[in-house]
Design a protein around this ligand. Structure first.
Ligand code: AMP
Length: 445
């Protein structure tokens, strides 16, 4: 990861337990976004930060948040949860990942404090510091149980508002609001929910917003949510993914795509791979086919019950599964350093999603490989991705799996024939001829 003028965590004025925690996690140097966002957040005021997934942005907001919470002293016991800090995430998986990262940092901090004097106030504060996730698809009862006394709540907007409207969570004492992946929040239609949360947390002292871009719609959201925010413009979606090698294969048809996929997955260099499919149904069909070929593969998509999604993700994290076949929504927040390959089997709906997808590999300074398999008719989508990332994706050919060169298009449709009539009957957009849903499925509640 890129170095910055601040080159050590010690320079960031974080308390000793948190410094111990980052060392325990093996972080030797702050990443670029951490070196900039941590001092800014600790100094106070509202900040908007452009940063990509994989840049270390989670610790960039969790470390100053935890520092603040540890120094705020032990929480008072109240009946309804009254969090001092709320982190909003667009998807359940991302919220759960952020929560897991917070717990890792707290665990590291408590190791350091274990050796400290009993009357150390940080020790008391950490002992009573509770973090909870509030996401849709999980049983209400367990969430309410976890929420008791939680000072840090990591939530998806819909479920947070549900609990707020039932009086089970009080937001009037929230001091800090973090909006993670704000661009994605808008894509998933959370603008109204964000406005409601903005009202409910009107007494807050600080808002931090992280987004891949500062596109005009993000700036408009920032104006609504923040007071004269400072801007930290770091890596943008257009930056070169220096650690990720990107490759393109042209394929003739679905059968050809499967052969290319099988070729790549037989490569022993693949530690773990995420194969992206366009629809929920495709993930299951591809995973089934891979299992039949003897691969350790599972599907993951938004229509699965949350408990199943969690179990499957855990199997990937634990290394029990080598190939995860997922939709865009389901794979969000997936942070598994051993993912060596991302394979785009179905192309993303939007060029922006391509950047998020390939960011599942090459994490934390490791190198990764991103392979895109496209049919000739998808040339326009590939061009759109290249235009968005402002870099060409080099096409490669595998001996024995060469595509047939595309036939030149006729200049004009034949008399009496309209454009689009020449497609073979019965082939749906997903190539499987079944009516299968494309994600984003429903918004996360
Ligand atoms: P994020 O962008 O927050 O999803 O983080 C991407 C990955 O980088 C995660 O696996 C983090 O554990 C890891 N990471 C975060 N900060 C650092 C750091 N300072 N040094 C090394 N790895 C880090």
């Amino acid at each position: 990861m890129t170095a910055s003028p601040i080159s050590t965590f010690q320079e960031l004025q974080l308390c000793a337990p948190l410094l111990h925690a980052v060392t325990a996690l093996g972080f030797t140097q702050p990443t670029h976004v951490q070196a900039q966002a941590i001092p800014a957040a600790m100094a106070g005021g509202d900040w908007m930060v452009s940063s990509q997934t994989g840049s270390g942005k989670t610790a960039a907001f969790l470390l100053p948040l935890l520092h603040r919470l540890l120094h705020a002293g032990p929480a008072e016991a109240t009946r309804a949860a009254t969090p001092r800090a709320v982190v909003l995430c667009p998807t359940r998986e991302l919220a759960q990942q952020v929560c897991a990262d917070a717990i890792d940092l707290m665990r590291g901090a408590s190791e350091q404090l274990r050796g400290e004097a009993k009357q150390n106030p940080l020790r008391d504060a950490l002992r009573t510091l509770r973090v909870a996730t509030v996401v849709g698809g999980m049983p209400f009862g367990k969430q309410l149980y976890d929420l008791r006394g939680a000072q840090l709540v990591i939530a998806t907007p819909g479920r947070l508002l549900d609990l707020h409207s039932r009086g089970q969570i009080v937001l009037s004492q929230t001091q800090v609001l973090v909006v993670d992946e704000a661009d994605r929040m808008l894509d998933l239609g959370f603008a109204d929910d964000l406005a409601a949360i903005q009202d409910a947390t009107a007494a807050r002292e600080q808002t931090l917003m992280f987004s891949a871009t500062f596109a005009p719609r993000i700036m408009a959201l920032a104006t609504k949510l923040m007071r004269k925010p400072g801007r930290l413009e770091l890596a943008t979606a257009q930056d070169v993914h220096a650690d990720i090698t990107q490759t393109l294969h042209w394929a003739d048809d679905l059968g050809h795509k499967h052969k290319l996929l099988e070729h790549w997955l037989r490569d022993t260099e693949v530690d773990q791979a995420v194969v992206f499919a366009s629809t929920q149904g495709d993930t299951e069909l591809i995973a089934e086919q891979l299992q039949q070929q003897g691969h350790s593969a599972i599907a993951l998509h938004g229509a699965m019950p949350q408990a199943v999604r969690n179990r499957r993700l855990q199997n990937v994290r634990d290394g029990h599964v080598r190939v995860l076949v997922a939709t865009d929504v389901a794979a969000r927040g997936l942070d598994v350093p051993s993912i060596s390959h991302v394979i785009n089997f179905g192309l993303p709906m939007k060029a922006e999603d391509y950047v998020h997808r390939i960011g599942r590999t090459g994490r934390a300074g490791r190198s990764g490989i991103a392979i895109t398999i496209a049919e000739h008719r998808e040339r326009g989508k590939i061009r759109a991705i290249e235009a968005y990332t402002r870099q060409p994706i080099a096409a490669q050919v595998i001996p024995g799996l060469e595509p047939t060169p595309p036939r030149p298009r006729p200049a004009k449709p034949l008399p009496g024939q309209r454009h689009g009539q020449r497609r073979p009957a019965g082939r749906g957009g997903n190539g499987y001829g079944r009516d299968l849903r494309r994600e984003p499925a429903a918004r996360t509640r």
